[in-house]
Design a binder for this molecule. Structure first.
Ligand code: ATP
Ligand code: MG
Length: 270
């Protein structure tokens, strides 16, 4: 993939190798393998419940695979002790699907939390970065900065989660459904923001989305997961990662699962 703009400042290759996970008797991920180059942006799509958020939790070391592994900069996350894992996790900014805000902290407190804990910057600098990140997601009104998560709408919580993910300029950004719960106009604003953040410093960016509009904006690479079928588990060559290609290839694919996905999206959004 040709990339323009500044050289990537991240140098963390991310490799997922035959990742397999079940919860009890329910298989969720089966032999998922892909590589993400430093500075690459890609989308992951798939029907509800197919394992996208579970995959994201593995990428950041919050879930342990049954088989296979996730490697970051050639370190297997499963081989790290807690302290090493924490160090690796500092490279990530994550927008969790439900926002995962800390209830007892204010909006600004949530966004500043990580920088405060790292203790590398003066309070005034942290405050400035938090205010800038909040402005980037359209929360420039200072009256909102002192609110608690319970006082926010779903869309606002999502935007605070987004500000928190980007505030420390992480090398790897993971966004889980950044535009769900947002109206189409605001979805465009968030897609723009994700692209702007990417173009500025080229963090490796993975966007989990249902939104075909987001795919079209991202324009680069897309992966598709499908729910694991019991027969897949008996087939060592099977995987529930069923597509890895460009957005153009995805949109013009004749693969039945992709046609079905695009048909349903069209139906739901017309
Ligand atoms: N901690 C857990 N314990 C048991 N089952 C789980 C757990 N986390 C996820 N699952 C199951 O794993 C499957 C995949 O869940 P996941 O949240 O990854 O779906 P998803 O693709 O992100 O869906 P959506 O698009 O709705 O967000 C679901 O069947 C879910 O119930
Ligand atoms: Mg999910």
């Amino acid at each position: 993939m040709a990339m323009t703009g500044p050289a990537p400042f991240a140098c963390h290759n991310l490799a997922v190798d035959r990742l397999t996970k079940a919860f009890g008797a329910k298989p969720v991920l089966h032999q998922v393998s892909f590589n993400v180059r430093p500075g690459e942006i890609l989308a992951i799509v798939g029907n509800s419940g197919c394992g996208k958020s579970v995959l994201l939790r593995h990428l950041v070391g919050l879930e342990r695979p049954d088989h296979g592994e996730v490697r970051i900069a050639d370190k297997s996350l499963g081989e790290l002790d807690d302290r090493e894992l924490l160090e690796v996790q500092k490279n990530f900014g994550v927008l969790f699907q439900g926002g995962a805000l800390i209830d007892y902290l204010t909006v600004k407190g949530n966004v500043s939390f990580r920088l405060q804990r790292e203790g590398l910057l003066a309070p005034a600098e942290i405050d400035q970065l938090a205010v800038e990140a909040l402005a980037m997601v359209g929360l420039e009104d200072v009256r909102d900065h002192d609110k608690k998560p319970a006082e926010l709408s779903g869309g606002m919580r999502k935007r605070v989660g987004l500000a928190r993910a980007i505030v420390a300029s992480p090398k790897i950004l993971l966004y889980d459904e950044p535009t769900s719960e947002l109206d189409p106009v605001y979805s465009n604003v968030i897609d723009d923001l994700i692209l702007r953040v990417w173009e500025k410093k080229k963090p490796t960016s993975i966007v989990i989305t249902h939104d075909v509009r987001t795919l079209k904006r991202i324009r680069n690479r897309v992966l598709m997961l499908k729910g694991v079928q019991p027969e897949d588990c008996r087939d060592p060559a099977a995987s529930n990662l069923i597509f890895d290609g460009t957005v153009e290839e995805f949109l013009s694919s004749n693969q039945p699962e992709i046609l079905e996905y695009l048909r349903r999206y069209k139906e739901e959004n017309e």
